[in-house]
Ligand binder design. Sequence first.
Ligand SMILES: *Cc1c(COP(=O)(O)O)cnc(C)c1O
Length: 356
Amino acid sequence: MRRSATALRHNLARALALAPGSRIWAVIKADGYGHGMEWAAAELAGVAQGFAVSCVEEALALRESGAAAPILVLQGPRTPAEWELCARHDLQPVLHDEAQLPTLAGFNGELPGLWIKLDTGMHRLGFAPLKAQILFQQLRGHPAARRGLHWLTHLACADQPAHPLNREQLERFAHAVSELPGQRSVANSALVMSGGAAAFTRAEWIRTGIMLYGPSPLEGSAGPEHDLRPVMTVTAPLIAVKRLEPGATVGYGATWTAGRSTRAGVVAIGYADGYPRHAPTGTPVLVRGRECPLIGRVSMDMLEIDLTDVPEADVGDPVILWGEGLPVERIAEAAGTISYDLLTRVAGRLRVTDIG
Ligand SMILES: *Cc1c(COP(=O)(O)O)cnc(C)c1O
């Protein structure tokens, strides 16, 4: 796997350009969407105003790596001890559920900020919007909220800009917090990129993950169309090339049959490295700048491709599975999944090369 810090910083600049006046929580949960959380934080230090991670554990690892920026903990603390850790390590946790309130009871440390999540229609985490006022009254005097009580929500359908739930959620949120002080954070990558809600993509905290790594979350589009650059390029060498006669089958289950005399190539990457096992015949790979189709089933450590139309290809050639020149969105779509899933599954087994 090659990764590009230049591309990462370019994409962050794109996000900020699309959300003028906003500050950014660069979302680097799930090991920086598979790119390395600590690497991403180090490369974005000084340009991202803060980082967002899922849990206290991730936040502690980030602090330990030397990150000094504000850190938002999206799932928030689950135990009294985790509230104490938030105070000690200067973390900004999210309060999203009644079940967290008892764990906060005995806490009197200070936090750099406490964020309250409202559930405006995603129905995953968050309090009912009607409770915003009550929570505000209840928490305003609490030490946890002394330095700031802020508000966030998350959209369910931002990747489909025309979906009516987007407007409903934004209205519910605006209504719930209109009279309340504090900062706000609504926009994920898709909302920032669709420009769907200027009020929430300007002068607030945007919370962008996927676009920082290059893919577009918007349905039916790929990152390069939005001037986003792939940060990760997955490559593997061609380790064997062979001639197949018409009628020969390839791989486990013999699911693919040569219809013509075929030059087949074996690439040293498989599902144990994070390449999707469900990628079907026809999924593209890039060899010497040309697209070749995957043939047959993906194995644990290898996959096969049809090289007939790239006769100059040979053993030792690097094959691009996704990244530069081949958006991961295309592979995701072929495999019936999303770019997030592919990026976060890339196995530690792949050697990482930093290309600047
Ligand atoms: C992961 C996450 C994000 C980032 O979403 P992207 O689609 O990657 O931009 C933002 N907010 C919350 C609550 C998240 O869980």
